[in-house]
Design a binder for this molecule. Structure first.
Ligand SMILES: Cc1cc2nc3c(=O)[nH]c(=O)nc-3n(C[C@H](O)[C@H](O)[C@H](O)COP(=O)(O)OP(=O)(O)OC[C@H]3O[C@@H](n4cnc5c(N)ncnc54)[C@H](O)[C@@H]3O)c2cc1C
Length: 419
């Protein structure tokens, strides 16, 4: 039996490896850094004296691949969220608060009830969803639904920033439609917000690694792949940055599950998305919170979302390329004033904080880049691709990563030249 070499231990690589291990394949993961998880990870923060995630990760109950992955690795129950779909919002300009609470059916009847709608919106504005459904590949969200009005500012804009990590004027309408179709239009049961109960590592990463190693899979850390050499229609060797060379046998296959810029260095003439967008997270450790868990969407401020988990209040700012250039202290002050206002703790002195700037959080999810997403197969018969940037039809998310890994595992399984 050949070995499947998976390059990268992010969620895409882990998903591919788990899926292959379930089919009895021999898997060896090579990871450049000293830990698994890639952009979805946790660490012990000395300043806050607790474990935090690199960034808040929100899932929805309609993320079927992510949920079934958790079940496979024995981590079902690792996510938590409200029993019913409800997204509380606050507008810092007007001070208004409201909750988006989708109804149970597939048809969003709730928008017919004025008190259930986003404040200041009229029923006919919601017809914009039909224009999103008919989006052409070249359109941005704003091209489809228009770029103004209360519904745009209070619903479409925050939703696009959260789902695409881009403004509606830049983000691809087709990707937002995929999210709306699989969650909001699938009824309340598909759009309940979910987040890691303890941390991302305990939910996704540690159980995947345990699952793999229990089935004979291996992960090698500090193993940056520097080059792949090719011969005729196959990848021939893997050359690592530390000087090691692995010669692939006829039965071996390779899944490259690294971000697009790294993949382009390994695979000649690779068509892939260009450019990325930042996400900034600020984690505050706030004494005296009552241990609640929840999220709040914010309009009209610097912060976009606040996640509360125990005594950690975490702020997410998407499409944050400009903000990421600010000094961390300034970012903490800007966001704390909003957090204190929203949580009604105005008199509290600023809590201890950690600012995490993920400058390449996702690829720039523009219509042009959607066209540059690559399928799972490459020009080489034993080389496959996975990653949130590959052509999953979804935005760059946990759900997309896990599906991409599963697709790559299917391709390896069906690869007749490497059984
Ligand atoms: C701050 C932040 C917030 C986010 N919020 C959400 C959210 O709310 N909901 C959601 O669903 N998604 C969210 N995401 C997106 C989600 O984290 C990613 O889509 C997902 O983690 C990508 O996984 P991946 O395996 O495709 O890539 P990565 O996680 O980037 O993994 C690639 C791995 O390959 C390794 N590597 C790179 N080059 C090499 C090489 N040459 N040799 C060996 N190894 C290599 C890297 O070290 C890395 O471990 C967020 C991301 C960030 C950064």
């Amino acid at each position: 039996m050949g070995c499947v070499h998976v390059i990268g231990a992010g969620l895409s690589g882990l998903s591919a490896a788990v899926s292959l291990a379930c089919r009895g394949k021999r898997v060896l993961i090579h990871e450049a850094s000293g830990h698994a998880g890639g952009r979805c990870r946790s660490y012990d923060d000395a300043n806050l004296g607790c474990r935090i995630d690199n960034g808040n990760h929100l899932l929805l109950s309609g993320n079927t691949a992510a949920l079934s992955f958790l079940e496979t690795i024995g981590a079902d129950g690792a996510l938590t969220g409200p029993e019913r779909a409800a997204f509380p919002f606050v507008d810092l300009d007007s001070g208004k608060r409201w909750t988006v609470a989708p109804g149970t059916g597939r048809i969003p009847w709730w928008i017919a009830v004025p008190s259930s709608r986003v404040p200041g919106t009229r029923l006919r504005e919601y017809a914009s969803i039909l224009r999103l459904a008919r989006a052409t590949p070249g359109q941005t969200v704003a091209d489809c639904i228009g770029g103004e009005g209360a519904l745009f500012r209070l619903f479409w804009e925050p939703l696009t920033l959260a789902a695409l990590n881009m403004s509606p004027h830049e983000g691809a309408a087709s990707l937002l439609w995929a999210v709306v179709r699989e969650t909001f239009l699938a009824g309340e049961a598909a759009c309940r917000p979910l987040m890691a109960r303890d941390c991302l590592n305990r939910a996704f990463i540690k159980p995947s690694v345990q699952f793999l190693t229990a089935r004979g899979g291996q992960i090698r850390f500090h193993k940056r792949l520097g080059e792949i050499t090719y011969k005729e229609s196959r990848a021939e060797t893997l050359r690592f940055a530390d000087g090691e060379t692995l010669v692939l046998t006829d039965k071996d296959t390779v899944i490259v599950a690294v971000p697009p810029a790294s993949a382009a260095l390994l695979i000649p003439n690779l068509r892939c998305p260009e450019g990325s967008r930042a996400i900034v997270n600020v984690h505050f450790r706030v004494e005296g919170l009552n241990g609640n868990t929840g999220i709040i969407g914010i309009v009209g401020g610097v912060c976009h979302w606040i996640f509360v988990r125990g005594d950690i209040v975490s702020v997410t700012i998407s499409a944050a390329d400009a903000l990421a250039e600010f000094p961390s202290e300034r970012i903490a002050h800007l966001t704390w004033s909003e957090v204190a206002r929203i949580l009604e703790h105005q008199n509290l002195p600023m809590a201890p904080y950690r600012v995490i700037k993920e400058k390449r959080a996702t690829f720039a999810q523009s219509p042009a880049n959607v066209r540059r997403r690559h399928g799972v197969e490459t020009a080489w018969r034993n080389l496959f691709l996975a990653g949130d940037w590959t052509d999953t039809g979804l935005p760059a998310t946990i759900e997309g990563s896990i599906r991409s890994g599963r697709t790559a595992a299917d391709a390896v399984q069906h690869c007749t030249s490497c059984t």
